[in-house]
Design a protein around this ligand. Structure first.
Ligand code: CP3
Length: 346
């Protein structure tokens, strides 16, 4: 039987020597692949996430095509919120849209908890995937309380997060109640995934970079800690914590209880390694737009990421954010080859 704890990804997450730098891509399962569009034809995004056969197929596609060192579960950060009973949907080209935005103490009190039975199809998909993936680990994930709250309060995607911040700064008690509910939902969703067999979890706080360090510490960190420490208490799986534009927050995001810190493309990894406590590996951080440049430029930039990554205790190669929809899949395949070939220590 394969012991996934010896895989390159898990070794890197623990800061141990690796045969090669492990590589996977955020949003590797998805819009840039023609076979994804075929598998999704006629199915809504969230509907697909509750169809184990579709989840298994879509999760496997990038593993087959790219030879990445990890699969990431095909799902979405808002799925458990929907499964708990909140009226929301994902609109193509827009993102999550919430029918009745959450803005008052009464709205928060009415938020349901997640019954694990409501995401049983996800557990079934994870069990199927673990069997199919063999020696390749599966990454589970959830949205962090701030990023989830932003969708619920704004009612949809937002650039400035104005209503979310107005609630946070103006009615601290209601904010903490909301963030705690969402932490409980995220934690319950991750527990289901871990119990079904995922080997690593990533907590996405994609929009936390909109906050100052002081506000992050006061309003957000305690709730992300609830999720990350809740998983630590539940199982021995590495926890990756990621956000966009979070260069000023990397140390705090580690302090929230992460084993690995995801870094976007704005902070070089050698600098990022100085911003997190000693011994914490980093994940990242090629600019997702860089893969649109001619191959020699992509290769040189990838080499630079690898070089800088050696300054950290461990490095998981990734893009600095998700794969952009028009990305050429062949470039990603070449990138995986390069990372594998050129990260081998003599
Ligand atoms: O390969 C993977 O990474 C796994 C799949 C995955 C999806 N969503 C599938 C998806 C993951 C990890 C997510 C997480 C997610 N969802 C995040 C955090 C990651 C990040 O990029 O920062 C966020 C903020 C969301 C919310 C969300 N869902 C957005 C902003 C969108 C895009 C809307 C659009 O079409 O532009 C979605 C929809 C979504 N989630 C798609 C996929 C493949 C596109 C759906 C489609 O094919 O129509």
């Amino acid at each position: 039987m394969v012991d996934l704890r010896d895989s390159a990804l898990l070794r890197a997450c623990r800061g141990e020597p690796v045969p090669h730098t492990p590589v996977w891509f955020m949003r590797q399962a998805g819009r840039s692949l023609p076979e994804y569009r075929a598998a999704r034809a006629g199915l809504g995004m969230l509907e697909s996430c509750l169809r184990p056969d579709v989840v298994v197929e879509v999760t496997m596609q990038p593993v087959r095509r790219y030879g990445v060192d990890a699969a990431i579960l095909f799902s979405d950060i808002v799925l458990p919120v929907k499964a708990a009973g909140v009226d929301l949907d994902i609109e193509p080209g827009v993102g999550p849209v919430v029918a009745n935005p959450v803005r008052s103490a009464a709205d928060v009190a009415a938020l349901p908890q997640l019954d694990p039975a409501a995401v049983e199809p996800v557990a079934e998909a994870v069990r199927g995937l673990v069997g199919e993936l063999g020696a390749t680990p599966l990454i589970g994930f959830a949205g962090a309380p701030f990023t989830l709250a932003s969708y619920l309060v704004e009612g949809g995607p937002s650039r400035e997060h104005v209503r979310t911040k107005a609630l946070m700064y103006g009615d601290e008690q209601t904010w903490h109640a909301l963030a705690d509910r969402l932490a409980q939902i995220a934690l319950a969703f991750l527990r289901v995934q871990v119990d079904a067999g995922v080997s690593v979890v990533q907590l996405f706080d994609s929009w936390a970079g909109t906050l100052s360090a002081d506000d992050y510490t006061r309003y957000v960190l305690p709730h992300s800690r609830t999720v990350l420490e809740g998983i630590r208490a539940h199982a021995d799986v590495p926890r990756i914590h990621f956000g966009v534009g979070t260069g000023e927050l990397l140390g705090l995001m580690a302090a929230a209880g992460a084993d690995v810190i995801g870094v976007d493309w704005r902070v070089p990894l050698d600098e990022a390694a100085k911003r997190v406590p000693a011994g914490i590996p980093v994940q990242g951080n090629l600019d997702p737009a860089a893969v649109f440049a001619p191959w020699p430029v992509v290769a040189e930039r990838a080499r630079d990421v690898l070089r800088r990554g050696t300054a950290a205790t461990g490095h998981v190669f990734n893009l600095g954010h998700g794969v952009l929809p028009d990305t050429d899949p062949d470039v990603l395949a070449r990138l995986v080859e390069l990372v594998h070939a050129e990260s081998v220590t003599p």
